[in-house]
Design a protein around this ligand. Structure first.
Ligand code: AGP
Length: 598
């Protein structure tokens, strides 16, 4: 997703902008650019490709004295990746320069009107209309021009703007796309996300929709949507700065997989006292129905949640991908608890799904990793996952901590006879994952055998099927190997036609009550030549040996907690396949860390 930085201060603006963009690379992008004010004139440097290409064309500017500027990494939505479609975009009189994250949904009608009014367009982006609208509305007051401009925009935007009539200031405004302001000493910052400015300040302001901020080296000023000056409170960022560094790991993804035990401990530890789960900050009463809404990996955590809540609480649970939920006219009322799951807290489909649930009087609980994110702020209650910043595009420790939050929630409502045992089991999860992380040779060997496969299937039943969905997505998104997850009993209803000699199928067998059924399904695919990899508890290995080509054992864990343990070998398998293929593991092609456009 696009990344935005803005700087006004006593340091070299170009160097500061490049640092910020470097820290935002993880969001995924295909071009980058900066603009800065030099003796009242706007200078722009931008190009397609990786940040190193931009670095090569700004090397001289970094030595010169500039103190105000904006920067952008673009993840193309409208207009292919190209130099001309890269941001920043400049107005025709070179007075305004903007960077934009989001989608202007009515940009075509605005573009047509502007062309009638005599404006020429250089790019094929939606964002360029903003620069011409600013020019069109400007009568000497940039705030007035900005309000008139955003009043015409439909869709989502995080905007940062410089204007050569205000050579020591940077302006910004947001609607649905995230933006923060950082307060420093003789310098202030604008950014899409915390890592861009964490090195220089821990004091941030979270921008609300339609608020405008103006930064200079000494001042930060805010206006609300009515144009009235307002005061805002800063929020202290508690992340350690290394959290956004690799710390000796080859990739962020590997580091974040290895952080899972600590991340889960941080998530569950403060919420379990004397073997009791204490979620006292949540004001939740037992709902008649639960709807879980999320995207991608967070959605897969929700599917695990469905099995858990229904098994432990006997409450009906629906799970939806956010982009479907929004348009399927769901049956929701005040007796429904809607659980929104999101690592970034900024996924636009998930944010809009949250708003739809609230419009229908549902209580909304968010399970979110980023403190102060849009979803966290708009939910009725938030159960934070304390995973720390997740930099790799492929979500790993976030998924594991989302599951741990779901287990906390399910057990907080469950008061059955196994409560104490389950709470103990949950507290044992981190050390079981540690055990897996200490012996990864078998997973690496499996990846070395299979990384050139055309397709790899995942198969399981019940919780193992929910888990298989996540294993399949992990593999797809970073190794680019085609993969699908199937319920064990479903493969023979069509897809088994694709199984031929040597087709790899990764089978999750952690649920003893359906083990025999899964063994039958494995025999079916073996008979067609499948190459079968089984993930199962150590106590089952002897029984599985004769049908599996490879076994990836996990510690003996209660089947209820298997997903949170068994996902780690799947994540490692995907990681090593990607490494063997020489892919950009942390920034896989076409993907963004947080999808803030629809
Ligand atoms: C996960 O590996 C993917 N990168 C993606 O599916 C992600 O889970 C999805 O975009 C949802 O993101 P969120 O959790 O930040 O809302």
């Amino acid at each position: 997703m696009c990344g935005i930085v803005g700087y006004a201060g006593d340091k070299n603006a170009v160097a500061m902008l490049m640092h910020g963009l470097k820290k935002l690379e993880y969001r995924g992008y295909d071009s980058a650019g900066i603009a800065y004010l030099s003796q009242g004139e706007i200078k722009v440097k931008k190009c397609k490709g990786r940040l190193v290409n931009l670095q090569n064309i700004v090397s001289d500017e970094i030595k010169e004295e500039h103190h105000v500027g904006i920067g952008h990494t673009r993840w193309a939505t409208h207009g292919e990746p190209s130099d001309i479609n890269s941001h920043p975009h400049v107005s025709r009189d070179n007075r305004f320069c903007i960077v934009h994250n989001g989608i202007i949904e009515n940009y075509m009608s605005i573009r047509e009107q502007l062309i009638v009014d005599g404006y020429n367009f250089e790019s094929t982006t939606d964002s360029e209309v903003i620069t011409h609208l600013l020019h069109y509305h400007y009568k000497g007051d940039v705030i007035e021009a900005l309000f008139k401009t955003i009043h015409q925009l439909e869709g989502s935007y995080a905007l940062s703007i410089i204007c050569n009539d205000y050579p020591d200031q940077v302006f910004c405004v947001r609607k649905d796309s995230p933006l923060i302001v950082g307060k420093g000493k003789n310098e202030n910052f604008i950014a899409s996300d915390i890592p861009a400015i964490l090195k220089y300040t821990r004091d941030i302001y979270i921008m609300e929709d339609h608020e405008i901020a103006i930064i200079s080296s000494k001042l930060v000023t805010f206006y609300n949507s009515l144009g009235k000056k307002i005061e805002k409170q800063t929020m202290k960022v508690t992340w350690d700065e290394n959290a956004s560094e690799k710390e000796g790991y080859e990739h962020f993804m590997l580091k974040e997989i290895h952080e899972e035990p600590v991340a889960i401990t941080k998530t569950i530890g403060p919420r379990i006292k004397n073997n009791e789960i204490i979620l006292d900050q949540l004001v939740l009463k037992r709902p008649k129905k639960i709807i879980i809404v999320a995207c991608g990996t967070a959605y897969h955590a929700g599917v695990v949640g469905k099995y858990l809540f229904e098994k432990l609480l006997r409450i009906p649970v629906e799970v939806d991908v956010a982009s479907e939920f929004r348009y399927r006219d769901p049956i929701i009322d005040k007796h429904t608890l809607t659980i929104i799951i999101s690592q970034s807290g900024e996924t636009i489909d998930t944010l809009f799904a949250l708003r739809k649930a609230k419009e229908n009087n549902s209580k909304v609980l968010a399970i979110v990793n980023v403190v102060g994110s849009s979803i966290a702020r708009e939910a009725d209650d938030v159960l934070y996952t304390w995973a720390g910043p997740e930099i790799a595009v492929a979500s790993t420790k976030a998924y594991s901590t989302q599951l741990s939050a779901i287990y906390l929630l399910a057990l907080s409502f469950y008061k059955g006879e196994k409560y104490k045992d389950y709470v103990n089991q949950l507290q044992d999860v981190p050390k079981m994952i540690e055990h897996i992380l200490n012996s990864t040779d078998q997973v690496m060997k499996t990846a070395s055998l299979l990384y050139n496969s055309k397709s790899i299937f995942f198969m399981g039943r019940g919780l193992d099927y929910a888990l298989s969905m996540e294993g399949s997505l992990k593999l797809k998104e970073i190794s680019y190997i085609h993969s699908e997850a199937y319920p064990g009993g479903e493969l023979k209803h069509g897809t088994i036609a694709l199984i031929e000699k040597g087709t790899p199928v990764i089978c999750s067998l952690t649920q003893p009550d359906i083990l025999e059924k899964m063994i039958s399904n494995i025999r079916e695919i073996k008979a067609r030549g499948a190459f079968v990899i089984v993930i199962t508890q150590e106590e089952q290995v002897e029984k599985i040996n004769e049908i599996a080509d490879i076994i990836l054992p996990i510690p003996n864990v209660d089947p209820l907690f298997a997903p949170i343990i068994a996902v780690t070998p799947m994540q490692l398998f995907a990681y090593h396949c990607s490494v063997y293929k020489g892919n950009d593991v942390d920034k896989p092609r076409n993907l963004a860390k947080s999808v803030t456009v629809e």
